[in-house]
Design a protein around this ligand. Structure first.
Ligand code: ACO
Length: 340
């Protein structure tokens, strides 16, 4: 076992790498978006809302909503297949499939095991439940497993079908979310902090804040509809402060200044939260990746979707330093620092 895997910093569960050692390198990525694109104007035909209200409050212009066949497993599998194909990592090398989702297809088996079967890979598979922070939590788990030597490579996915847990009569929440999936492949590599790889992850949760963002149901609870409930103003307040804290924590752990960062990819909840974080951290807005306008809030899928978009359009380049920041129900919040 690598000693770096058991050196927690003072706050939260954190892992910091330095010197030459085995670390997890991001070697492939892939995405899947549902075929059904719904603009704000289209949504306003069935929901008492308007394009102007949604854009002004959230920056969202459109979202993709899953058709019945576009289940969590379906979308996660498509994204993972694309990620595996782009990575060149043989399926036989994959030791784990970790699927971050708050909208699994069934209570069990874990949707990740369905994806594992579809991919034809071995190892083990499990779902990660940390709401909108799920992808960064899953990345942290996979990174630890790789650095410890337990596995050589992993598929990490964020996939969500929030359209199935929204109350479509609640205009305060139903306009905010979209469906989709994003995946990455991580592979063990040896190098120091200047080499490509995950430099650190910092994961946090505070169950005392569980009631500001939750789903009021569970499998077998026929008395509750299982809809997303949110205190938007409280979430807003915590989102800016907690994500900024986790980002600063990552910088401090790696002895870096904010000016060292090439890109910030925050969870894509809404434009005002994203702008608030960028401002609080003193980042130029051109350094902050924004996709909430086209995807809306896809929860655990939002960060891998945004990462893929910024690599595909040529903004993010090999060797650059990327900070991920997330916050979600739980509350959960997290950051990850990656050299691409
Ligand atoms: N269309 C039109 N009017 C609306 C809509 C809508 N979709 N939703 C609410 N309104 C109305 C309300 O009825 C209210 O009207 P009233 O003044 O006549 O009563 C008015 O707009 C203001 O409602 P608020 O709920 O107070 O709206 P607010 O200005 O707080 O904005 C929002 C709501 C956008 C959700 C805001 O609280 C916010 O940005 N919160 C951040 C949380 C967030 O984005 N969460 C996403 C998921 S959580 C996560 O990913 C971490």
């Amino acid at each position: 076992m690598n000693d770096a895997a058991i050196s927690p910093p003072p706050a939260g569960a954190a892992i910091k790498n330095s010197m030459t050692r085995t670390r997890a390198q991001l070697v492939g990525y892939g995405t899947y978006l549902p075929v059904n694109l719904v603009t704000n104007d289209e949504l306003a035909k069935t929901v008492d809302t308007s394009d102007a209200w949604i854009r002004e409050r959230t920056g969202i212009r459109q979202r993709y909503l899953a058709a019945p066949h576009e289940t969590c497993a379906f979308m996660a599998t498509r994204a993972a297949q694309a990620a595996l194909a782009s990575s060149g990592v043989p399926p036989s090398e994959i030791g784990a499939v970790i699927l971050a989702t708050a909208t699994p297809d069934q209570a069990f088996p874990a949707t990740a095991t369905r994806v594992q079967a579809a991919l034809g890979v071995g190892g083990f598979a499990f779902d990660m439940s940390a709401a909108c922070s799920g992808f960064v939590f899953a990345l942290g788990m996979a990174d630890s497993l790789i650095r410890s030597g337990a596995i050589r490579a992993a598929v990490v996915i964020g996939a969500e079908v929030y359209s199935r847990i929204l109350d479509w009569t609640d205009r305060g929440t139903c306009v905010l979310f979209g469906d989709g999936a994003g995946a990455v492949v991580l592979r063990a590599t040896d190098g120091d902090d200047s080499a490509p790889g995950i430099l650190s992850t910092h994961l946090h949760s505070d169950g005392n804040l569980g009631d500001i963002l939750y789903v009021d149901g569970a499998v077998g609870r026929r008395d509750l509809p299982g809809h997303l409930i949110m205190n938007g103003r409280e979430v807003f307040r915590h989102a800016v402060s907690r994500m900024s804290e986790a980002i600063d924590e990552a910088l401090a752990a790696n002895h870096l200044a904010r000016t060292d960062i090439d890109w910030l990819i925050p969870h894509q909840a809404n434009r005002r939260i994203i702008d608030g974080i960028g401002k609080k951290l003193g980042l130029d807005e051109t350094q902050v990746v924004v996709t909430v306008d086209r995807h809306a809030n896809t929860s655990a899928a939002s960060i891998p979707l945004a990462l893929a978009a910024a690599i595909d359009d040529g903004r993010i380049k090999p060797g650059q330093l990327i900070l991920l920041g997330a916050l979600g129900g739980g509350l959960t919040w997290a950051s990850a620092l990656i050299r691409l």
